[in-house]
Design a protein around this ligand. Structure first.
Ligand code: SF4
Length: 514
């Protein structure tokens, strides 16, 4: 077993940096279904570029490298204690090498362990089997999409769909509702795993396990196969689109499993995974621990190369699209001239800020002048070189909705002119944008390599004690492209898409599976 730890390390690096072939094919199909000149089409171009950049740089596809979750099948009598230790050691090494973000946080103190190890991290499941080989599967599922997981207890009443009963049709409604409620916040277009039955814990477990199925496999249970096909068809009529920008493709895959339940309980559990669907597996030699086989066709077999969104050609018949280049700090006049749909290309200093910083700024002063400034909702992967200088390894946007309780106050208090994030924000923030003259810019969620390339220098950092992802990084950007989705005139693309998709959801109210 001398090769076991090295094989696990290779599995982690491959999973974090290179999407498998079946996932790439699904994303390519989505690109073909969207007009290149639309917001969704542009985002998919950025996503495609990002996938290639991550593969070439051997760097994380998305800065949120998620909760490392392993499923192992081991021969009878294999030493699981030793394997666990070696997995933990491979995780710590991958974190030190910048292949994983420091993602393990003490739930009470907020302290980041710094090496992705801690109570409950990583997650490791063992199962015995009657074979000599060892099978290891790994999924890296980020927090943005994990937060959009949802569990229904039937019967229930669903927004837009009415009553969902304890039958196949009730299950159908729950799954459609799960896609609707995620909107673009889980970095759509996404993949869903669905678990029918079990208790609250095993239902979610089953849902997550469905994500290990190949995107192109066929469910052996006829009713579930029919339901999977139906959901793919119906969910893609909701018009949510990539990043919730509107569009033809909202769902890239749907896999459903069922287990027995208690007579009194009927749970439908849905695990939502973003387009950055990072899961891979290996079959290891039971004696040496060497890799014998990769379980999902390697990503390099399906090239993704395309120009990034801001550089994509605009067809002659497309609606005019404004591209505006701005340098920070921004003026009120510049910002008030922006409209939903404009593409802004930013140069100059921007400041990262997530949950810990927003909470802090509400009651304290900022260590830097934020007047006219830009806050970027981002928890980057950073590495320090031998000279003590910091470098950005991955830097895509995080879900902005978490900052909704704080954002309006911070815009008013510090004169912030732009907030960059993903998934949009709520009514309180929209009102503050209008009142103060500020905008919300939606970057493409998960495009961590694309945005890291736009950061030319790290100017400084405050609050490293919050942990690397939560610290306030002062970054010099050049050519940072994002789309105005909430402007200073009270317009919100997110509110529009949510309203339209609810109207479309209502069309699926009538029973389909009797
Ligand atoms: S792509 Fe989006 S949802 Fe997925 S891990 Fe990255 S930030 Fe989170």
């Amino acid at each position: 077993m001398e090769q076991f730890e090295e094989s696990i390390y290779r599995l982690i690096v491959e999973t974090s940096t290179n999407l498998p072939g079946d996932v790439r094919r699904a994303i390519r199909a989505a690109r073909e279904a969207e007009d290149r000149a639309t917001r969704a089409g542009l985002s998919l171009s950025t996503i495609a570029s990002n996938i290639t950049m991550a593969e070439c740089n051997v760097s994380p596809i998305c800065q949120d490298t998620g909760m490392p979750t392993f499923y192992l099948h081991v021969p009878v009598g294999a030493n699981q204690i030793v394997m666990k230790e070696k997995i933990r050691s491979a995780i710590a090494r991958a974190t030190k090498d910048g292949k994983l973000r420091t993602n393990s946080v003490d739930s009470l103190t907020g302290a980041n362990s710094g090496d992705n190890l801690g109570p409950g991290t990583p997650v490791i499941h063992f199962e015995q089997w009657e074979r000599d080989d060892i099978e290891v599967r790994l999924i890296l599922k980020g927090g943005g999409c994990e937060n959009k997981n949802i569990q229904y207890s039937l019967p229930c009443e669903l927004e837009g769909l009415g009553k969902a009963g304890r039958d196949l049709d009730g299950i159908r409604k729950c799954i459609l509702h799960a896609v609707y409620q995620a909107q673009g916040q889980g970095c759509s277009a996404g993949f869903i795993g669905v678990g029918i039955g079990g208790d609250r814990t095993t239902g979610y477990e089953l849902a997550k396990q469905q994500l290990f199925r190949r995107v192109d496999d066929v469910n052996p249970v006829p009713e579930l196969r029919r339901l999977e096909e139906y959901i793919m068809e119906a969910a893609n009529q909701l018009g949510i689109g990539t990043m919730g920008f509107g569009g033809n493709v909202t769902l890239l895959g749907c896999k459903i499993g069922a287990i027995n339940r208690l007579p009194a309980s009927f749970f439908v559990s849905v695990a939502y995974n973003c387009w950055a669907f990072r899961r891979q597996g290996v079959l290891l030699d039971g004696g040496s621990g060497e890799i014998k086989e990769w379980l999902y066709p390697r990503g390099d077999e399906v090239p993704m190369d395309e120009a990034p969104a801001a550089e994509a050609a605009q067809p002659a018949d497309a609606e005019p699209r404004r591209e505006i280049r701005l340098k920070t700090p921004l003026t009120e006049e510049q910002v008030r001239s922006l409209r939903v749909g404009d593409i802004v290309i930013l140069d100059g200093e921007i400041h990262t800020g997530r949950d810990a910083l927003h909470k802090y700024l509400v009651d304290h002063d900022s260590p830097v002048d934020l007047n006219g400034g830009v806050i970027y909702h981002c928890g980057p992967v950073m590495l320090k070189d031998e000279k003590g200088e910091w470098h950005v390894k991955a830097a895509g946007p995080t879900t902005s909705a978490r900052e909704e309780p704080y954002q309006a106050d911070i815009i008013r208090k510090f004169g912030v002119r732009a907030v960059i994030g993903k998934g949009g924000m709520g009514r309180k923030t929209l009102e503050a944008l209008k009142e103060c003259g500020a905008v919300y810019l939606n970057a493409v969620g998960g495009a961590a390599q694309y945005y890291a390339e736009c950061i030319k220098r790290v100017n400084g950092v405050h609050f490293l004690e919050f942990g690397i992802p939560e610290a306030m990084w002062h970054l010099e950007a050049e050519g940072f492209a994002a789309i105005v989705t909430m402007d200073a005139h009270g317009n919100s693309l997110h509110a529009d898409v949510e309203r339209d998709s609810l109207a479309k959801l209502e069309q699926f109210k009538e029973p389909v599976f009797k």
